[in-house]
Design a binder for this molecule. Sequence first.
Ligand SMILES: [Zn+2]
Ligand SMILES: [Zn+2]
Length: 312
Amino acid sequence: MQVHRIELPTPFPVGPVNVYLLDGEPLTLVDAGPKTPEAQAALEEGLARAGRRVEEIRRLILTHGHTDHFGNAMWIRARSGAEIYAHPADQPKIAGERWIIDHLRRHFILSGLPESFLGGFMDRMRAMRPLFDPVTEFQPLSDGGTVEIAGDGWRVLHCPGHSLGHVCLFHLEGTLIAGDLLLGDVSPNPLVEFTAEGRRIATLPRYLHSLRRILLLNCERAHPGHGGTIGNPGARIRELISHHEQRKEEIYRLLGRQPKTLFELAAELYQNLDEINVMLALSEVIGHLDLLAEEKRVSAIRRGVAFGFRPR
Ligand SMILES: [Zn+2]
Ligand SMILES: [Zn+2]
């Protein structure tokens, strides 16, 4: 099974994103890149190197609903008529549902985020809009399903955490198309997520569960959403699991008798918080507090408009 990696530029701090061409019938592309002229040109060049064109793509599989991965989906579909496949749990994101931003805003207020950060962050969210076309129609992927390419089967694995509808593709030869579940150089932080009704979903516990599930597959190589192929995915997974274990204890040690807001904890962890990294920092803190809450080691107390956390 031939897997071609095509690297596309993104305007995000994460750097370039990988999309993967699975050559064979029906011609399948995994992920689409952000909707920028630069990413579209790089996609066309990458496909040409494999002797293919955008118009030939028949199937587009989205690993998850982050803009750097799905932004071009509708552009590719308009050019090729390809069917788009995604997990239904990421439907709100790829459709660009308004309520996601409303719930985030409320979450930030409950986190004790200063007004100055809030305005800047909201401006950045609005600036994301031109980088994707909302995906309104797609075929649902489900856990355990099979994607056939030239008679060869890839197993669909629903791996929630980094994003609720995140999927990986696994080939029995030991190859994993990992999306952002597994990255070589950075820890792929699960971001805060909500139900449509506004209830926050604990994403880090789900992420760790997904990692442990992938560990059992004994993959030989993983093709990640960013960076080069990971040669020993099991070792990387164990590294990530122990990183979160250490981070959890580090955050526990920051808690004191006086309840601290998420923003206060994030500011103690990171010296240079700005409106770009504050979302990642708050997600990092709340994720590990979720792990501590599962162990009944932390409790939340109302503090004005925000919530504070202290040891139980
Ligand atoms: Zn992502
Ligand atoms: Zn990504």
